[in-house]
Write a protein that binds this ligand. Structure first.
Ligand SMILES: C[S@@+](CC[C@H](N)C(=O)[O-])C[C@H]1O[C@@H](n2cnc3c(N)ncnc32)[C@H](O)[C@@H]1O
Length: 237
């Protein structure tokens, strides 16, 4: 796999406004404004026309809801591949591999990404073969893939060099080394009878480092003991 940072996220969606909003604020918005990353939303309906009349149709065999037709999905993905040559294409679906920080790290060095957001009852089974991988945001069902795509873009973008102010801030966050992050405090030193731990105001950096490590371990043991059994790379494809 090429070791290049993502510069462009291409998102195919029926609701481009949701994806475009990502460029408008916060860390991701600043990275777009600085030209470090790009986020392009592509309207799936633009790939309907001629013999393709609608993006969805009733399921063969009956049942509730509508299914996304394969023709516009193929037309969109093939067109975007021809024009922008994204390195990986990803279908967002609750049936995919569960997204986590290891997956985000892998995607952050995978090159440009194409993300496809489903709607209705999801995509015609024949469209699945178009994608390099399928990713789920968790064991729950949302009404569309846009929020899943937004979460993925946000999470991957902050791992791209230059997106966060200090490279260290991503390195030390929860999951960066399979531990949850240590507790954080800011001013005031005392708030409603709750004091900042004295070690943090001691100025002794070695003691602060040791305290943070202990706290991160204790917190992970208490809240997410499963992470301590984590094997690096377990979520690599
Ligand atoms: C209502 S869901 C379809 C669920 C589908 N009938 C199933 O049972 O697998 C519509 C779309 O939302 C997106 N979606 C819903 N939940 C998701 C999740 N947990 N992770 C990623 N995408 C999700 C997918 O793109 C999906 O095609």
């Amino acid at each position: 796999m090429a070791d290049t940072a993502v510069t462009e996220f291409h998102v195919v969606t029926l609701f481009p406004e949701v994806i475009e909003a990502l460029s408008a604020f916060g860390v991701v918005g600043r990275a777009v404004a600085a030209g470090i990353i790009g986020i392009s939303a592509h309207q799936l309906r633009d790939y309907c026309g001629g013999s393709i009349h609608a993006v969805d149709d009733a399921p063969y065999g009956g049942g509730p809801g509508m299914v996304m037709r394969p023709e516009p999905i193929y037309a969109a993905v093939e067109d975007l591949r021809a024009r922008f040559a994204p390195k990986r294409s990803i279908l967002l679906t609750p049936q995919g591999r569960r997204f986590d920080q290891a997956t985000a790290r892998r995607l952050a060095v995978s090159g440009d990404l194409l993300l496809f957001c489903g709607r209705y009852e999801g995509v015609d089974e024949r469209a699945r073969g178009l994608f390099d991988e399928e990713i789920s945001m968790g064991d729950f069902v949302m009404s569309g893939g846009e929020i899943a795509a937004a979460a993925l873009v946000d999470c991957v973008a902050r791992l791209i060099p230059g997106v966060l102010g200090s490279e260290q801030s991503a390195e030390r966050e929860s999951f960066s080394e399979t531990l949850l992050e240590y507790p954080q405090y800011t001013r005031p030193v005392r708030f409603r009878n709750m004091a900042v731990p004295a070690v943090l105001t001691s100025g002794n950096h070695a003691r602060i480092e040791a305290w943070r490590r202990e706290q991160a371990l204790a917190r992970t043991r208490a809240r997410r003991p499963d992470l301590l059994a984590h094997k690096p790379g377990r979520n690599d494809p």
